[in-house]
Design a protein around this ligand. Structure first.
Ligand code: ATP
Length: 321
């Protein structure tokens, strides 16, 4: 007898709609602490989606609920069409997870840790392939306690990949890493996306969110303050561009406010920022002013609004610690 459907969807997956992760009106309170306070979002298959927010915003609680490690007070959590609350075991075979406090078995070697984790799954990738992919070849027989921070984090990702998952959760994957190790991890995330994986990551680094995420949710006090691509979020909120230059003591703010297009002025870390609706007009006026004073505006440039500006605008405080 002929099969009418040559490619039936995998068991447990009714997601013909291209949605890998679905979170609907999820609440999780710890006494008076509203760790997660009614959040909803969806992640499309193949997307890198970020949860960006300061410490305590509710990021870890959210991903751990999606991984089936914590139960919500209420709300819908679905991964690959699987209801997390009802079928946690089905889910575990198809997702990969790095935890923030990953226990790495300090005395086991890289190969031993990966072999151990492979034994937990029905289906797994060969250890050698994982080690090559994560560039851990030279450290394969090192005990995990001897690894650098970056290598340890790459091993945590390798562990998350042993079952060749479709969806990968990375909780603050680059916290505490030096810039080179952080870059290496970013490359890795992009490589995984190139293979068609769906990735949900949490971070409190804005640059990380800007570089990696197709879309992101900005989280604070358990709530989503904004959701979209970086460009959408930033452009929707800010019509103004800013003109930046090294602060000039002799130049009074009142004179700057009078320049064409200027809406507001900010001084930040030795720089002056003029938020303006007329970049050429503002720069022209500024150059006239500085010429009059016999000075030059140092490091003059046009600055595009960033996620940091957005966060500041949404919450009244900086995201940076
Ligand atoms: P971090 O980057 O520090 O991990 P986060 O955004 O991941 O921050 P969560 O760890 O989700 O934040 O914590 C959200 C809030 O819930 C915090 O106020 C935290 O103290 C509280 N919280 C988290 N887990 C528990 C728990 N098991 N019992 C009580 N309160 C908790």
């Amino acid at each position: 007898m002929m099969m009418t459907d040559a490619n039936p969807p995998p068991a447990g997956s009714q997601t013909g709609d291209g949605i890998a992760v679905r979170v609907g009106q999820v609440f999780k309170h710890y006494g008076a602490v509203k760790a997660v306070d009614g959040i909803s979002f969806e992640v499309a298959r193949g997307e890198v989606f970020g949860l960006l927010g300061p410490n305590g915003a509710g990021k870890t609680t959210t991903v751990e609920m999606l991984e089936g490690l914590r139960s919500p007070d209420s709300g819908l959590l679905e991964v690959l069409g699987i209801d997390v609350a009802r079928n946690p075991d089905d889910l575990k075979q198809r997702v990969g997870v790095t935890l923030q406090t990953a226990e790495l078995y300090p005395k086991l070697t890289v190969v031993e840790v990966l072999d151990l984790f492979r034994s937990f799954y029905k289906r797994s990738l060969p250890t050698r392939e994982l080690i090559d992919f994560l560039d851990l070849g030279e450290r394969r027989h090192a005990q995990t306690r001897q690894l650098s921070g970056g290598q340890r984090q790459r091993l945590a990702v390798a562990r998350a990949l042993v079952n060749d998952p479709d969806v990968i959760f990375l909780d603050e994957p680059t916290t505490g890493l030096d810039p080179a190790a952080r870059r290496a991890l970013w490359d890795l995330v992009q490589k995984l996306q190139g293979q068609g994986k769906t990735i949900l990551l949490t971070t409190h680094y804005m640059e990380e969110a800007e570089v990696l995420c197709d879309r992101l949710a900005i989280l604070d006090h358990g709530r989503i303050l904004a959701l979209g691509s970086v460009d959408e979020l930033v452009n929707k909120r800010f019509k103004d561009r800013s003109v930046r230059f090294d602060q000039i003591e002799a130049l009074a703010d009142e004179r700057l406010t009078d320049l064409p297009g200027v809406e507001s002025i900010k001084h930040d870390d030795g720089a002056t920022l003029l938020y303006t609706r007329d970049v050429p007009g503002t720069i022209g006026g500024l150059l006239d002013l500085t010429e009059e004073l016999g000075v030059e505006p140092g490091n003059l440039g046009i600055r595009r609004p960033t996620l940091e500006d957005l966060f500041l605008d949404l919450t009244g405080r900086a995201l940076r610690d």
